[in-house]
Write a protein that binds this ligand. Sequence first.
Ligand code: ACO
Length: 342
Amino acid sequence: MDRMRIGYLGYGSYIPSVVVTNEDLERIVDTSDEWIQQRTGIQTRFVMNKNESVLQMAVEASKRALADAGLSPDDIGDIRVGVNTWNRFPSLATQVQYALGTKESSASDVSAGCSGFIYAVEDAFNKIVIEKMKYGRDVKTLVIGVDGLSLVVDWTDRTTCVLLADGAGAVVMGRTEDNEILATCTEAAGKYGDLLYLDEFLNNQLTGENQVCFSNEKKIDRPFLHMQGKKVFPVAVRTMISNMKKVIERYNASSSGEPIRLTDVEYVFPHQANLRIIKAIADFMKMPLESIYTDGIKKYGNTSAASIPIGYVDTLGKVKGKIVIDVAFGSGFASGAILRRA
Ligand code: ACO
C-alpha cells in the first residue's frame, strides 16, 4: 500500500468578545501589569460574554475550518473535541455535530488538560488510518480544541486568574498531499494530579446564572481551578522537551526515509502557558524566538486546549512547507507532541 499522507485540510479559530487587560485585573486582585508581563508575557486575554459558550465557540471555529477546507458538515465522518470545561453529557462533540447538522459521523470528547488538542489529533489520525486500512473508507475528521477556563477560574485568586482565558481552534483532517502529520506521541503522569486540578462538579453548573465569565464575585456553588504554578513550571519544561525528542524518535523509528534531527525543526507551536516556559523551550532547541509561536500567550493568555489550533490560524502561510512540532502539557500532566511537514 502507498504511504498514506494525512494532514490538515482547513483551519479555524474563535476568540471570544470580552477583552480583559492587565489593568482590568489590577482592579479586582492585588496584581500589576508589570508583574503579569514579566512573569507570564500576557498582555491581554479574552473571555466569553453571557451569550457566548464553550459550545458556541467550538461551533464557530469548526464552521471556519470547514469553510477554509471548502467542505460541508456532511463531509465529516468523525468529530473529536479536546475540552476540559464541558463536564457533563451528552458530550460536547455530539452537540457540535448537532449544531453543524452533520448527517453521519461519530463524535466524542477527549479530556487531556491543555494537551486535549494533541490527543484529539492523534485519535483522529489513527481513526483515518484504521478506517482506510481495515474498512476501505476515506474519512475526514473535524478536530477541535476548546476551553472556557473563565468559567472555572477563581477571580479572587491572583495566582491563576491572570493566566487563564477562553477560546477555540479547529482543523479538518484527512488525506492530502499538501502537508503531512509525520508522527504523534502522547503520555501522562497522573502522580502530578494535585498540582493542577478542578473541583468536583455537582450538577450542571456551567450554564445560565452560574456562568460567571469575568467577575470577582466568588460563587460557592461552582467548581474552581487550583494550581501550584511554581511546581508545575519545571515539570512543564521537562515534559515538553521530552515529548519533542520522543516524537522525532517515533518518526525516525517508523520511517525508511531520511531521519529528522532536532535541528531540522524549523518552527514550534508550544502550548501557550507562560512566555518563560516557551523561552526555555527556545533555549533547548537553540531556536530564535521568531521561530516559536508566542503571540498566543501575549494576546490571548492560556486558552488551554485551544492554544495550539488558535496559533495555526494566527500564523497561516508563515510556516508552509516547514518541519514543525506542536507540543503541549496540561493537567494530569497529560502531554504530547505532533511532528508535521506544514
Ligand atoms: N500578581 C502579583 N504577584 C503575584 C501574582 C500576581 N498575579 N501571583 C503570584 N504573585 C506573587 C506570589 O504570591 C509570590 O509572592 P511572595 O514571594 O510574597 O510569596 C510572588 O509573586 C512570586 O510567586 P511565584 O509563584 O514564585 O511566581 P512565579 O515566578 O513562579 O510565577 C506563575 C507564577 C506565573 C504561575 C508561574 O509559576 C507559571 O507560569 N507556572 C506554570 C503555570 C502553567 O504553565 N500551568 C499550566 C496550565 S495548563 C492547564 O491545563 C490550565
